[in-house]
Design a protein around this ligand. Structure first.
Ligand SMILES: Nc1nc2c(ncn2[C@@H]2O[C@H](COP(=O)(O)OP(=O)(O)OP(=O)(O)O)[C@@H](O)[C@H]2O)c(=O)[nH]1
Ligand SMILES: [Mg+2]
Length: 574
């Protein structure tokens, strides 16, 4: 096996903060200066693709294998989100590059959000310190360091190190001989912060490919990072996006031929008779291990910095694995009695019933501006469930691993507007592979809307039945409601028995019989207009003192309607 272990360090930050300059400075410094102990392992950072470069450092422990650090230099603009989520599972540490003269900017905040979702460790790099006036440099660095520490306070990276550098002092015009500042210190810091995560060779092979090219006389090489499982020479791999299966002819790690590789390794796989132009980025996997989905059930957690609500029927950019597609959402929550139930991170229970939501229920409605008031009436007063989900329907089918990270965003939002484009994150819990999922699979998803209807009792037919009205529209098929319970305002329970006439009226059977109170209200009293002397008038005034008896008996009906029920049945609510 290779004598090196690989870790991936994401280089993220706002546009122009100096990410690429930093990646370059790190690779060069590491391969020429302090750690230049094994000449054969000192190749300059092999640039695998625009955003990938790497360098090797010895691990602190004596006799340990060398550590290969692969820098994933992310673009600062919209496509950042796709790139970084693609590599999210393999980024072991994130470097957040901040232009020290500017501080936190819109995309620095977005990067911080992605970092919290996708990785465990963070180092904040304050770049361009050469731009600070010399006399005030240290004071300005200290001030910005404090500011950054304060920003991190409310994140999972609380207490993460902040380090000042100048990746390219003097900027683009400066001569190449101008040495970067603070880079050896940064390498030392990275070395102390990086711990090689335990890698697991089990499970189906999955690799994220970031580069694909042909080598004359050899075949087509796909380079990338192994996300899960392991692979050996001669194994078959599938390129699911193209539905192509190929045999692995040869493999290389760090320019050295290998016969096997596993999770976390950076790897080049050579196959034959495959046009490299067909694949730029994407996934390669064990044959038939990745499903292609038309829709999915995902867990949802709103990103607090996202302004505005998450509404059912809204469309978002959905990034899963390596793909970004448009998806339409439908939110749902547990039933109100289960709002406090322990969240399930890695499974979805189709046996449960769920409550439809017009919008994701936010803990902090303040972030939703004016629209906070018209919250869907489905949540019990002010309570928020501990977990929520969404059904996502994709505009085109996507291929992605089970349980993969899902990020919802508004990538078309103005990048220059000072707002976070990332809206929510979650995990893919249940994929729907059938194109006809609306008929085949969705009816099994029991998401319901709770409906309440109010009507009136028009009159009593006898002691055990009444005629109701104003509950249904004239054109409603009352047959669908037959058998549902209604509650009378006088306390009795009734059951809808049949339609009555053509005008939306209906007959209700009251099994326990009408109460005397109901009978009194429903029995028509012949109206007697005051026709007399002063004595009569006095009695009427006395009557006015007594509380008015209710004039109506109302009827209320509560039922569930399952959103995905093709027959639109109504089911009694408890
Ligand atoms: N003065 C000074 N300029 C720097 C430093 N680092 C980078 N720059 C300049 O800042 C500009 C942006 O640097 P890049 O490395 O391309 O920035 P980036 O973050 O990769 O930019 P995007 O990939 O477009 O988001 C370039 O003109 C660099 O020369 C620095 O330490 N000091
Ligand atoms: Mg760049």
């Amino acid at each position: 096996m290779a004598a090196r272990r690989n870790v991936n360090v994401g280089v993220l930050g706002h546009i122009d903060s100096g990410k690429t300059a930093l990646a370059r400075a790190l690779s060069t410094t590491a391969s020429t200066a302090a750690f230049d102990r094994q000449p054969q392992s000192r190749e300059r950072g092999i640039t695998l693709d625009l955003g990938f470069s790497c360098f090797a450092v010895p691990l602190p422990e004596a006799g340990a294998p060398e550590l290969q650090v692969t820098l994933v230099d992310c673009p600062g603009h919209a496509s950042l989100i796709r790139t970084i989520i693609g590599g999210a599972q393999i980024i072991d540490l994130m470097m957040l590059v901040i232009d020290v003269t500017k501080g936190m900017q819109t995309q620095s905040a977005e990067c911080l959000v992605i970092g919290q979702i996708a990785c465990e460790k963070l180092v904040v790099v304050l770049n361009k310190i050469d731009l600070l006036p010399e006399g005030k440099r240290q004071a300005a660095i200290d001030k910005m360091t404090k500011k950054m520490q304060k920003t991190l306070e409310s994140t999972k990276f609380r207490g993460a190190p902040v380090i000042p550098v100048a990746a390219k002092p003097g900027g683009p015009e400066a001569p190449e001989t101008e040495a970067p500042q603070g880079i050896p210190e940064l390498i030392e810091l990275l070395r102390s912060q990086i711990s090689v995560p335990t890698r697991d060779p089990s499970g189906p092979f999955l690799m994220s490919v970031d580069h694909c090219f042909s080598i004359k006389g050899q075949g087509t090489v796909m380079t990338g990072t192994v996300l899960s499982g392991s692979i050996s020479l001669g194994d078959s791999v599938e390129i699911p996006a193209l539905k192509v299966v190929k045999k692995v002819k040869s493999m290389q790690m760090f320019h050295t031929p290998v016969t096997s590789a596993m999770q976390g390794d950076r790897l080049g796989i050579c196959v034959t008779q495959f046009d490299p132009k067909l694949l730029e980025r994407g996934l390669v996997c064990a044959p038939e291990s990745l499903p292609t989905l038309h829709a999915a059930i995902i867990s949802v957690e709103k990103i607090p910095y996202f302004r505005g609500p998450l509404l059912t029927k809204a469309k978002f950019h959905i990034t899963l694995g390596h793909e970004t597609v448009m998806g339409r959402l439908l939110f749902f929550s547990p039933e109100p009695q289960h709002f406090d139930r322990e969240p399930q991170a890695a499974s979805f229970d189709l046996a449960q019933e769920y409550l439809f939501q017009e919008r994701y229920l936010s803990r902090d409605p303040a972030t939703e501006g004016d629209q906070a008031d018209d919250r869907a009436g489905q949540a019990p007063e002010g309570r928020c469930p501990r977990q929520q989900w969404a059904l996502v329907e994709f505009e085109r089918p996507v291929t992605c691993p089970r349980l993969c990270l899902v990020i919802g965003s508004r990538l078309d939002a103005d990048i220059h507007a000072n707002s976070c484009r990332l809206a929510f994150h979650g995990r893919l819990l249940h994929g729907l592979q059938d194109k006809g999922y609306a008929e085949s699979a969705l009816p099994a998803l029991r998401v319901y809307k709770l409906k309440h209807k109010q009507g009136l009792v028009e009159r009593a037919m006898d002691d055990y039945s009444v005629i109701g009205r104003s509950l249904f529209k004239k054109e409603t098929n009352i047959q669908l409601f037959v058998g549902l319970r209604v509650q009378l305002s006088t306390g009795e329970q009734g059951v809808i028995d049949s339609a009555f006439g053509q005008s939306g009226k209906f007959k209700v059977h009251v099994p326990g019989g009408l109460s005397p109170e109901a009978k009194r209200i429903l029995t028509p009293v012949p109206k007697k207009r005051g026709r007399g002397g002063p004595g009569e008038a006095t009695r009427q005034e006395e009557g006015a003192e007594r509380p008015e008896p209710p004039q109506h008996v109302t009827l209320s009906l509560s039922f569930k309607r399952y959103v995905f029920d093709t027959q639109k049945r109504m089911v009694q609510a408890p």
